[in-house]
Design a protein around this ligand. Sequence first.
Ligand code: MG
Length: 318
Amino acid sequence: MADVNDVNIIVKWSGKEFPIGDITEQDTVALLKHEIFKKTQVRPERQKLLNLKYKGKFAPDDVRLGLLELKPNFKIMMVGSTEADIEDACCKPEGLDEVVDDFDDPEEVAVENASVYLAKVQKRVRDYTITELNPLREGKKLLVLDIDYTLFDHRSSAETGAELMRPYLHEFLSSAYEDYDIVMWSATGMKWIEEKMKLLGVSSNPGYKIAFYLDSSAMISIYTNDRGVIDVKPLGVIWGKYSQFTPQNTIMFDDIRRNFLMNPKSGLRIKPFRQAHLNRSKDNELLKLSKYLKDIAEHCDDFTKLNHRKWESYNPKK
Ligand SMILES: [Mg+2]
């Protein structure tokens, strides 16, 4: 592992101090702002970091923190308003979180300085606590599932879990469970994941058992030249904690391809399930994917040899 030095910064804002961890000298100012946002809810474009200077001017987003020569526990003075404050003051900004700017081709996006991100993954392996809900089973492969728009439509206005659930969810999970240990990974907080799994009847279904849940704090933030800072789900967090799981026996479903950025070969982008009330009668993705999971479990002993983009035409006899 390359030598990556942590940076510890304290942000002073609105009369309070916020320690910012989880960043290194290799990270950019943009990533620092993203971390500040997580702590303060002040969006990066609204943050003014008064004393964060580079060559006498406000430090630009793409400058690496190592170049700023900050002292340990450097205090940044920040000015900026949270969205909630702004909403109170004027009207609600529209559609902020509905826009998904996805990558078409993460393989082609060079994750610059990958050693920095590997260091972050190592940190998660060390510091993120996994609560096993059910014991892992010997000889099983690993299936990692996104929740929102993959397993259910969390934005539909339906009232019950059954109405929001993607068709064939329980059949899909029951079938997958025969060959795979199953993990849910969602970019929200643990409380929400637990609530959703209860609502959908996943946590109580007798046909299968979920091994554990991972939430947003198991994700890492990375900086890309094209898209700025994004949060991704690195499978290395699981592989680092459980040596029986490797790229050779792991597959992950998500409706957002950029979540695979750290492990593009292991990801299968599933069609998002939206507008549950309109699509419930015709969506059979999970049924088709059940068959794919079964086929590859039986016929493929190294998943890195598969091309999940072509899953629909996979033919085990070839
Ligand atoms: Mg999703």
